[in-house]
Write a protein that binds this ligand. Structure first.
Ligand code: PMP
Length: 365
């Protein structure tokens, strides 16, 4: 886990960890105390000061001696209004990772499988694994786009209980073709999850496909554009029957009162959030142009990060070179299908300048 000292308890007194977990590699984005952190795709901007003030006022009103609203109705109403759906079609949890975990607990488990298309968000296979669900791995096309024939093949061969799509995809930033996603949603019989953690940056959203007749959900998070990574709040929009099913795997009062009000208030600040998206996209265009000018290979991002590969293909050496200059990016260079690649989160203008300056120094003129 990092940070904690090894225990000196006699190993014979330790209960054995589940064997399948012992074999599993953990998921940790290396953290380092550096000036410029562009490795975890957070918003570079804090939330609006008016949101912080409103939250402080609400904190004073929380009945701390009482459990919070178990069904988080006010929060689900606010999310539903944002997406123009019914509150019964919204499920919220402690980050969209926990939403994914709830889906795996409800529809996965021993003897069932999920399908993922690599390279993609690593927790789409890690979370199923920790819930005892099998993982079937399909590949993306050579340009790292989703390959509809491969999706069809994997779904036909493996009959997955859940198929994960990710649009914009992490770590490529690429958006899936709406027609392909609509086709995948009809393939069945399993559930299709479209992870839209970066959905606000995309030119389209699969929320338009959500319908009680279709086993498809869209997951979203307040960690990115909404500038609330510290609050840990994510949700899905999906069929009402699925939201009702998730009740079976949700712990009582899983969303604390503070998070519920923080989330409700967030939706009063939509204009500020839209402004943040515009600022990040402007900066992404600038960073992408600077990478292009250096003839660095990159993938067309519609998110708040860019995947790139240095000309000499030695991503890990460049990652270290950037770190030595006080800039932390994500090292994807050893991930299957991403040999030599790094992913940089778009930061503030000053942070992006620091990244570009460090890049220029590390790779030379
Ligand atoms: N999905 C994707 C594609 C992500 O990149 C992330 C964050 N790294 C998440 C989900 C998880 O976000 P949250 O903070 O809501 O758990």
């Amino acid at each position: 886990m990092g940070g904690l000292a090894e225990s000196d308890v006699d190993p014979r007194r330790r209960p054995p960890l589940r064997q399948d977990l012992a074999a599993l590699e953990g998921y940790h984005s290396p953290q380092a105390q550096v000036g410029v952190r562009l490795n975890t795709n957070e918003s570079p901007f804090p939330p609006p000061p008016a949101w912080v003030e409103a939250l402080a006022a609400e904190v004073a009103r929380v009945e701390w001696h009482r459990y919070p609203d178990r069904h988080a109705l006010a929060l689900r109403r606010a999310i539903a209004a944002h997406h123009e759906v019914e509150p019964e079609q919204v499920y919220a949890a402690n980050g969209s990772n926990e939403v994914i975990q709830a889906l795996c607990l409800a529809y996965g488990g021993p003897g069932r499988r999920v399908a993922v298309f690599e390279p993609t968000y690593r927790l789409h296979s890690h979370i199923p694994s920790i819930t005892g669900t099998g993982v079937v791995v399909g590949r993306r096309a050579a340009d790292l786009g989703l390959d509809p024939d491969e999706v069809r093949r994997v779904m036909a061969d493996a009959a997955p209980a859940i198929t994960f799509l990710c649009s914009p995809n992490n770590p490529t930033g690429m958006v899936d073709d709406p027609q392909v996603v609509a086709q995948v949603a009809e393939l069945g019989p399993g559930l299709v999850v479209v992870d839209e953690a970066y959905g606000q940056f995309s030119r389209w959203s699969a929320t338009a496909l959500v319908d009680d007749e279709r086993p498809l959900v869209v997951t979203r998070t307040l960690s990115k554009t909404w500038s609330m990574a510290a609050a840990r709040l994510g949700y899905l929009v999906g069929p009402a029957w699925l939201v009702a099913d998730l009740e079976a795997v949700t712990l009582p009062y899983h969303l604390d009162a503070l998070k519920q009000v923080a989330g409700c208030l967030a939706f009063d600040f939509e204009a500020e959030m839209a402004q943040r998206v515009t600022s990040v996209v402007d900066e992404r265009v600038r960073v992408a142009a600077a990478l292009e000018a250096r003839a660095v290979l990159q993938w067309p991002s519609e998110a708040n990060f860019v995947l790139f590969r240095p000309a000499d293909g030695d991503g890990h050496a460049l990652w270290q070179g950037l770190l030595d200059r006080g800039v932390l990016v994500r090292d994807c260079s050893s991930w299957p299908g991403l040999e030599g690649c790094l992913r940089v989160t778009i930061g503030t203008r000053a942070e992006n300048d620091a990244f570009l300056a460090a890049l220029a120094q590390a790779v030379g003129p």
